[in-house]
Design a binder for this molecule. Structure first.
Ligand SMILES: Cc1cc2nc3c(=O)[nH]c(=O)nc-3n(C[C@H](O)[C@H](O)[C@H](O)COP(=O)(O)O)c2cc1C
Length: 189
C-alpha cells in the first residue's frame, strides 16, 4: 500500500487571499480532477462537471460579482464590495464544481448533491496532497444567477463550490477540531 507523506488529518484550508501563483499547470490540474472524481456516485449518474476560472476570467467575474452585490445588496459596505470584487483575483486556479442533476431519477437529488460535495472534498484533498493550498468557497457568487451565467452555468445547474487552488503566500493557522470521541455513540445490540 502506498503511504502518504501528507496525511489527510494535516489538511487545512488556506484563505483565498493567501493563495497566489503558481497553481497547478493544466496537466497537474487534470491529475487533481482525476482524483476528485473518485467519489461514490449512486447510479453512476456523474451529475457534476467543472469550469476552470483562470487568467483574465477572474477579474471579469469579480467585476460582475461586484456589480451584482451592489444591485442586490444596497446596504453592502465598501469593504464588502471590495472583498467581492477581489475574491477571484488571488488564487491562480479556481475550479467551479457544478451540479448538473438528473431530474426525476430514482436516485434522489440529495444524493447527487452529496456526491458533488464529495467531489469538492476530494479536490481539496488532492490539492493538499500535491502541496497546494486550497479553499472551498460559496457566498453570493454561488447563488446569484447572473454571476453563475457569467461563470458558464446553465439555468438548471447549481454551484456546489468554488475551489480556489494555489501556492500559499501565508501559512494558515490551525483551529480547534471536533473531538471524535464526543461525537461517537454505539447503537445498542
Ligand atoms: C459548502 C461550503 C461552503 C463554504 N463557503 C464559504 C464561504 O463562502 N466563505 C468562507 O469564508 N468559508 C466558506 N466555507 C468554509 C471554508 O471552506 C473552510 O472550511 C474554512 O475556511 C475553515 O477551514 P478548514 O477547512 O481548515 O476547516 C465553506 C465551506 C463549505 C463546506
Amino acid at each position: 500500500m502506498m503511504t502518504s507523506t501528507l496525511p489527510l488529518i494535516s489538511r487545512i484550508s488556506t484563505p483565498c487571499k493567501h493563495l497566489g501563483a503558481p497553481g497547478p499547470d493544466r496537466q497537474g490540474l487534470l491529475s487533481l480532477l482525476a482524483e476528485a472524481v473518485h467519489v461514490p456516485d449512486h447510479g453512476r449518474l456523474r451529475p457534476w462537471r467543472f469550469i476552470l476560472i483562470e487568467g483574465d476570467a477572474r477579474a471579469r467575474i469579480g467585476e460582475i460579482l461586484f456589480r451584482r452585490v451592489q444591485e442586490a445588496v444596497p446596504e453592502a459596505s465598501a469593504t464588502r464590495l471590495e472583498k467581492e470584487r477581489t475574491r477571484f483575483s488571488f488564487a491562480p486556479c479556481i475550479v467551479a464544481v457544478v451540479l448538473n442533476p438528473v431530474k426525476g431519477h430514482k436516485v434522489p437529488e440529495i444524493e447527487q448533491v452529496l456526491s458533488a460535495g464529495a467531489v469538492c472534498m476530494n479536490l481539496l484533498h488532492a490539492a493538499h496532497q500535491a502541496g497546494f493550498g486550497a479553499q472551498w468557497l460559496t457566498g453570493f457568487a454561488a447563488y446569484d444567477r447572473d454571476v453563475l451565467a457569467a461563470v458558464g452555468l446553465s439555468a438548471d445547474e447549481s454551484l456546489i463550490g468554488y475551489i480556489h487552488i494555489g501556492a500559499r503566500t501565508e501559512a494558515p493557522c490551525e483551529r480547534e477540531r471536533p473531538d471524535p470521541t464526543a461525537l461517537l455513540t454505539v447503537a445498542p445490540p
